[in-house]
Design a protein around this ligand. Structure first.
Ligand code: SAM
Length: 169
């Protein structure tokens, strides 16, 4: 069962440290057909409903060039998530896992990512498929899908470095 904010059997809640301000800027808003977390897809699908990503000013001109990419990586902020669980029981079936072993919306920083298929751009809006968030979810960033993107800047030393099992930082 999808949660609103309840805690399930065996889940572990911590007293979250005081928040520091990372100076995130919400650059837009995502419009989707879903108004309840109980109805949202758990993961977006490439043939899912069209959703509209609205970009706020002054960021609209940052969209220039996105049209050439068939797929975009979309980062968004799951603003209704609780942020204080370190162990979670996704199916409430007695099996509990660490938050970082899950793609649950409940995380210390509720950042979500999806690979969305671009349908078209209209002015300050991108129409895409492949999202899984509530209507009104704040947008953090958009990037070309990395599998479609070749770095434009020249290579750097680190690009040629490889490691083995003995190397560590
Ligand atoms: N695709 C993203 C990822 O893997 O990083 C998000 C996956 S997360 C499992 C998707 C779920 O988050 C949805 O099914 C819904 O229950 C929940 N959700 C969607 N929008 C939300 C929001 N704005 N605030 C809190 N929870 C949200």
């Amino acid at each position: 069962m999808v949660r609103e904010n309840e805690i399930r059997d065996n889940e572990v809640r911590i007293e979250a440290p005081e928040r520091t301000d990372a100076s995130l800027i919400f650059i837009g808003r995502i419009h989707t057909p879903w108004t309840s977390r109980l109805e949202c897809p758990r993961q977006g699908r490439a043939d899912g409903p069209a959703c509209r990503i609205e970009i706020f000013e002054p960021w609209v001109e940052a969209l220039d060039g996105v049209e050439i990419f068939e797929r975009l990586e979309v980062l968004y902020w799951l603003h209704k998530s609780r942020r204080d669980l370190v162990k979670q029981s996704p199916a409430n079936d007695g099996k509990t896992r660490g938050t970082f072993a899950l793609r649950s919306p409940v995380r210390p920083n509720p950042i979500a990512t999806s690979i969305a298929t671009l349908i078209r751009r209209e002015g300050n809006s991108l129409f895409v498929r492949g999202l899984d968030c509530l209507d009104g979810t704040p947008l953090i960033d958009i990037k070309p899908d990395r599998t479609l993107f070749t770095p434009i800047a020249p290579p750097q030393k680190g690009d040629f470095e490889v490691g083995d099992e003995t190397s560590s930082c």
